[in-house]
Design a protein around this ligand. Structure first.
Ligand SMILES: *Cc1c(COP(=O)(O)O)cnc(C)c1O
Length: 387
């Protein structure tokens, strides 16, 4: 059994003093993750961190310091990236429904690139850029129809998904672009889903991208960069054994299968793989409620703090860190206090015998955790602490 050094007795003592529930972030692990990513990416691959996974300024500062750019999916994320010091020229902006206000903001900021998701959006960006007498850099977000084999709510690269421009629209896009004077095509963008564990999916993506890239180049379009998006998955089952994703294998796959022109830059937008393992949701046992067939462990954290299990049946490892070295011999349904039956972090979870007041860590919660927290039931806004 791998156990995290993060939950040493001294640390648990420290965590015990803080009002629960809260997010505890492991900055040492984040630094190590960033340094491994940087080494693996080298100078060949440009990585933009996807702010939507976690946009806490203290975490963004570390990611910025490591030299990565920003990938945003809303105007407020663009603003957050700028406020945290990301260079405007390192910001990309995707999203299927960018509002005029958001487009104005990004145009005023002269961001690196809009990842455009439809022909309708192309026309709007062109019109708004014309008002400002600017030329907006754009990449076409393409729906390559590659199955990511992940949960259907986080699959984005199939024809049935709302994202991106489909291959049957390519001729029309080129004709439209020809008539627009305030957008300049500089790249092709792909993002096919999230929590992708099977690297073969990225191989399939490369093969599609190679064809699509060649098609655009043959049409005489100057595609300066290919953006392969994010989606690299992490190990929710074994967060200590695999605390850091094998970034080398990930990039090696693109070395092997992506056929870009020498002059073309290659970009990525990783979110989860950078930040997920660095965050733990720390909670306290409020009550143990024993039924005939089920023991309920009722926590003071719920779906308001971490919605992934309720939203997409996500698995998170649950640990009793007050009894970190004890043997697990009791099964609990670990639930939150919210008035919804989906407010459940795990069923029949094998844990040490537990009591009211024990500290429980819900692991791998650094991505799509705090950013999705909400105040349903008028609960307090969840706090975060850094270690
Ligand atoms: C969410 C998102 C990402 C990041 O996805 P991860 O699975 O967290 O790596 C990258 N690009 C776009 C366009 C996204 O919407």
């Amino acid at each position: 059994m791998h156990k995290s050094d993060f939950f040493s007795p001294a640390r648990v003592n420290q965590l015990q003093q803080i009002e629960t529930p809260y997010y505890a972030y492991d900055l040492a692990l984040l630094n190590e993750t960033l340094s491994q990513l940087k080494n693996a990416a080298g100078s060949k691959y440009h990585v933009h961190y996807a702010l939507k996974a976690n946009a806490h300024p203290q975490l963004l500062n570390k990611i910025l310091a490591a030299g990565f750019g920003a990938d945003c999916v809303s105007g407020n994320e663009v603003q957050r990236a700028i406020d945290c010091g990301f260079k405007n020229s390192s910001i990309v902006f995707a999203g299927v429904g960018k509002s005029d206000k958001e487009i104005h903001l990004a145009l005023d900021a002269d961001i690196f690139c809009f990842n455009v998701e439809s022909i309708a959006e192309l026309n709007v960006i062109d019109a708004l850029a014309e008002q400002k007498n600017k030329i907006a850099n754009i990449a076409l977000r393409i729906n390559p129809n590659v199955d990511a084999y992940t949960h259907k709510y986080i699959t984005t690269g199939l024809e049935e998904n709302k994202f991106g421009i489909n291959p049957y629209e390519f001729e029309e896009v080129i004709a439209v672009l020809d008539g627009l004077k305030h957008v300049q095509l500089i790249g092709l963008h792909f993002h096919i889903g999230s929590q992708i564990k099977d690297l073969n999916v990225f191989k399939n993506l490369c093969l599609k991208v190679n064809d699509i890239n060649r098609w655009f180049l043959q049409k005489g379009l100057k595609i300066q960069h290919l953006n392969l998006g994010g989606g690299l998955g992490i190990d929710y089952a074994e967060p200590d054994k695999n605390a850091i994703v094998d970034f080398n294998s990930f990039f090696r796959l693109f070395d092997d299968f992506l056929k870009a022109e020498k002059s073309q830059q290659i970009h990525f937008e990783l979110g989860r793989a950078i930040i997920a393992q660095c965050g733990h949701l720390v909670s306290r046992v409020l009550y143990i409620k024993n039924g005939i067939n089920t023991n309920f462990m009722i926590l003071d954290a719920g779906m308001t703090e971490l919605i992934r299990p309720a939203l997409y049946q996500a698995f998170h490892k649950i640990e009793n860190i007050s009894r970190y070295q004890a043997t697990a011999g009791t099964k609990y349904d670990v639930v939150g206090p919210i008035c919804e039956s989906s407010d459940c972090f795990g069923k029949s979870v094998l844990l040490p015998f537990s009591e009211r007041g024990d500290l429980i860590a819900i692991r791998s919660a650094g991505a799509y955790g705090e950013v999705m927290s909400n105040r349903y039931n008028l609960r307090d806004q969840v706090q975060s602490h850094f270690f």
